[in-house]
Design a protein around this ligand. Sequence first.
Ligand SMILES: CC(C)(COP(=O)(O)OP(=O)(O)OC[C@H]1O[C@@H](n2cnc3c(N)ncnc32)[C@H](O)[C@@H]1OP(=O)(O)O)[C@@H](O)C(=O)NCCC(=O)NCCS
Length: 173
Amino acid sequence: MDQTIKESIINVHRLAFGEEEGPEIAKLAESFLNHPDTVSISVKRDGQFAGNVLFTPFVFEDRPDIKCYLLAPCGVSPVFQGHGVGKELMETSIEHLKSIGADAVFVLGVPAFYPRYGFAPTDKQTPYPDLLTAPEAWMALELTPGTVGKLSGKTQAIPQFMQPHWWDTSGRE
Ligand SMILES: CC(C)(COP(=O)(O)OP(=O)(O)OC[C@H]1O[C@@H](n2cnc3c(N)ncnc32)[C@H](O)[C@@H]1OP(=O)(O)O)[C@@H](O)C(=O)NCCC(=O)NCCS
């Protein structure tokens, strides 16, 4: 990916997540963009990068044949928020992930936003990363129906994502 495009995407996340969280989410986005298997979807408005969402590979050790991704981060620059960019990001990326044969996407995120696009809370049988402190916030979108029920075993995100900080939501809003 062109360096200018990468910087624009990183900047979208820096702005989207605000002064407190923005800088660290921007760093996370940068490390994900440097991973060869990350899927990056952007939406432009007025020729500028308005929003971006990243998907990184996510493997369940008992079913490495099932292709899963983790959704994070998803951000829209504040000036463009509330005008359908987030919706377009989600709809475009779901179509793209289907086209590359993805079976399911997982997210730990805004419970009021992701269910609009088909994400549903997982049940107690669905494995989640050991680092996750709030499994009730663990949601999944099946792109191949029936996928989630087939998953078992420990989970493996890319190394950049396996930091306790990203999974311990205690103390956050
Ligand atoms: C959350 C976010 C990605 C949504 O993008 P957006 O461009 O503002 O969203 P849209 O204008 O496309 O809105 C899509 C729908 O989601 C709703 N929505 C938007 N932000 C929402 C939020 N934070 N919580 C719940 N619903 C939300 C909208 O009301 C809209 O619903 P409608 O279609 O019924 O009108 C964006 O506000 C953002 O970047 N926020 C800061 C970073 C963040 O919290 N990211 C998500 C967690 S990883």
